[in-house]
Design a protein around this ligand. Structure first.
Ligand code: PLP
Length: 362
């Protein structure tokens, strides 16, 4: 587990894993296994309450935001966002940025709901960079702007908030949620599945401005209606109790052990810096194809000059216990994902291996 660089589900901190293991036997306050605790219990209601409080406090947000714990992964949000907020008036439309594999994936599902316009696309440049502000074709009358803060596959990450004043901002933060400080009060809706930085798959967090909840159209299926989910405090039907509990433990860990998002961001920055340093100092042995200023600190995507060498890299690293270093199936290459639970020492260990591999094979 210590050397898990997977781009999918990330490693969890050892302290959290220890608590999870204990909870499978028995959650001390309840005398019951976490796998058998009712979602209608007072205990679980407190779990949801404390988790919401932790998330808002870490993000520096107040009670004008609501945290929802939903199912269906980040993918379900590709439908829920336009279904709830595109609007049904004449000319209703939303702006989307197409900056990589995942933001592109949001488009077809959104288009089922209505008029979706692409305000910028990086597709023709093979998603090697993010847009400059002056390139964006944003519409002041859009119902909202949707973009992805961190493109997990390509390793591109925004370091600024995008959009026009007065147009709601919606952001897929699945792969960098609670990983660094940010101007979160600039967003109207943020969503992220748990399995990268916070816990197992099964729960998706939505942080939404409460005033938006009033604008949800009538007649939506209750499960896909943010207002109904908020009214039920995320317990509209049987929620993934186990996954939600693990996310609570992870937020406690970020607050109490790490010390908040400033500290979390510094650790994540250091992990990425040690890998990019090896790449930049390798005289072209390792290649990182994305623009320097847009490099992600969560997903370091890189490649080697030939596929044989790449296979050799993966085989040798696997023997040393490194796992998850193959790039996403859509782009190939290599990728080291550095989610919250991965320790700095693990990234440093990988950097050492990469230097050594370059010296022996360069
Ligand atoms: N958005 C981003 C940024 C992702 O990285 C992923 C998956 O890795 C998704 C959306 C899809 O998430 P899910 O599998 O939870 O639907």
């Amino acid at each position: 587990n210590q050397l898990n660089f997977s781009g999918g589900p990330g490693a969890l901190p050892q302290a959290v894993l220890d608590e999870v293991q204990q909870s499978i036997q028995c959650v001390p306050e309840t005398g019951l296994s976490i796998l058998g605790i009712s979602h209608r219990s007072d205990w679980f209601e407190q779990v949801v309450f404390e988790l919401e409080r932790n998330v808002l406090s870490l993000m520096g947000l107040g009670s004008d935001y609501k945290v929802l714990l939903l199912q269906g992964g980040a993918t379900q949000q590709f439908t829920m966002v336009p279904m709830n907020f595109l609007g049904r008036h004449d000319g209703a439309h939303a702006d989307y940025l197409d900056t990589g594999y995942w933001s592109a994936k949001a488009l077809p599902d959104a288009r089922i709901q209505g008029d979706i316009r692409v305000a910028w696309s990086g597709r023709s440049e093979n998603y090697a960079r993010l847009p400059e502000d002056h390139e964006l074709l944003l519409s002041p009358s859009a119902s909202y702007l949707h973009y992805c803060s961190n493109e997990t596959v390509e390793g591109l990450q925004f370091n600024r908030v995008i959009g026009l004043p007065g147009v709601r901002r919606v952001c897929d933060m699945s792969s960098d949620f609670l990983s660094r400080p940010g101007q979160y009060d600039q967003f109207d809706l943020m969503y992220a599945h748990a399995q990268k930085n916070l816990g197992p798959s099964g729960v998706t967090l939505v942080v939404i401005k409460r005033e938006l909840l009033e604008q949800v159209p009538k007649g939506l299926p209750s499960f896909l209606d943010y207002r109904e989910q908020a009214r039920a405090n995320s317990i509209l039907n049987t929620p993934p109790v186990f996954a939600i509990y693990v996310v609570l433990l992870a937020t406690q860990w970020i607050r109490q052990t790490i010390g908040g998002l400033d500290a979390m961001g510094e650790i994540n920055q250091s992990k990425a810096a040690c890998l990019y340093r090896v790449i930049d100092q390798s005289d072209g042995f390792y290649r990182c194809r994305v623009a320097h200023d847009d490099r992600s600190i969560m997903n370091v995507a890189f490649s080697l000059p030939d596929p044989g060498l790449q296979a050799h890299f993966l085989a040798e690293s696997a023997l040393l216990g490194f796992s998850g270093l193959a790039g996403h199936r859509s782009v190939g290459g290599l990728r080291a994902s550095l989610y919250n639970g991965l320790e700095l020492a693990a990234a440093e260990h990988l950097a050492e291996f990469m230097s050594d591999f370059a010296q022996r094979n360069g």
